[in-house]
Write a protein that binds this ligand. Sequence first.
Ligand SMILES: NC(=O)c1ccc[n+]([C@@H]2O[C@H](COP(=O)([O-])OP(=O)(O)OC[C@H]3O[C@@H](n4cnc5c(N)ncnc54)[C@H](OP(=O)(O)O)[C@@H]3O)[C@@H](O)[C@H]2O)c1
Length: 316
Amino acid sequence: MGFLTFGFLGLLTAAFVTETPMFVFFTAAYPFLYLGNLFVRHKRLASAQPWPVNEKIVLITGASSGIGQSLAHVFAKRGATLILCARREDMLSSVANECRELNSSVKVLTVKCDVTDESDVARLVETIETTYGRLDCLALNAGVSMGEDFAELKDYSVIKKVMDVNYYGCTNVTYKALPLLKKNKKSRILVTNSISGILALPSRSGYAAAKFAVRGFFDSLQAELWKDEIFITLAYPGPVKTEINKNRLGDDPKQLDFTNAITSEECAQELVEGVLRGDKEVIFTRNGKLGRLMEGVFPDLTAYLVDRNARKHLNK
Ligand SMILES: NC(=O)c1ccc[n+]([C@@H]2O[C@H](COP(=O)([O-])OP(=O)(O)OC[C@H]3O[C@@H](n4cnc5c(N)ncnc54)[C@H](OP(=O)(O)O)[C@@H]3O)[C@@H](O)[C@H]2O)c1
């Protein structure tokens, strides 16, 4: 709440003191830009339909826990055919069984796969091709975080590992799966990005870099894939109660305070709704939405508020 009030007062103050022609133009043009955006969004969402999820084949990476596990549950309840991948096979089998309990007619395949390993990913995609011959939705969810200030990192390889899983893991799977996705019109790619892909939080330098890279990559790819009618949804969750704190890389990672975090089920539900609609992006929380608006207009104020707010929520 403090963040919101401060942000709002900041916006007002900046509006009074910033008398640049651009600011005046932007303020005057805002309603028209808003309507223009609504129109383009409406066109996108209309062309993304129909997409009957119960006829779709969905691959979820990082499906052994957290948001990926919940994505599997939500898609299973809606009758999609699932391919679940991650490195921990036993956890994947449990998630597959949970899906069958939620929907006895659901088809679930589990494939052990490290998204950073090109031969693993090639095998995964071959399995999908021989089993189903196509893919309708690729949910890129596998990820890992860090929790130390850059200057305090004892092991520099953390930066490379975080980039390897979060960024190259996504591009690797997408590269190999794209021919299957292109077999049908209106295929989907869902990317579990993070609010760190919009607002760079302290103690997350490598993670923010990877998530910003993911955003740039998939915005560019979306521009390339309009002609194939493939719809990419970038999702930017804030804190979600999962194993992510336990799995953070580094010697002494600061954990994220989960007091106000949403559950992975709530998160997955919103992600799947976004995919079904064909949304360009799904942003969670009021702070996330406000931050998204402010970062382009008031970068210094936004950076100050993000740092102040984030440090309050980082625990050792
Ligand atoms: N929790 C949050 O607060 C939050 C907020 C915003 C965004 N996110 C994003 O949400 C996604 C899911 O994270 P989570 O919170 O659900 O954490 P999580 O419970 O730790 O799940 C991470 C998943 O990624 C998989 N994974 C990690 N490295 C992998 C690799 N090399 N190859 C294949 N799978 C791999 C893990 O499976 P295995 O270990 O079995 O391989 C696990 O299934 C991540 O991309 C994360 O950045 C999380």
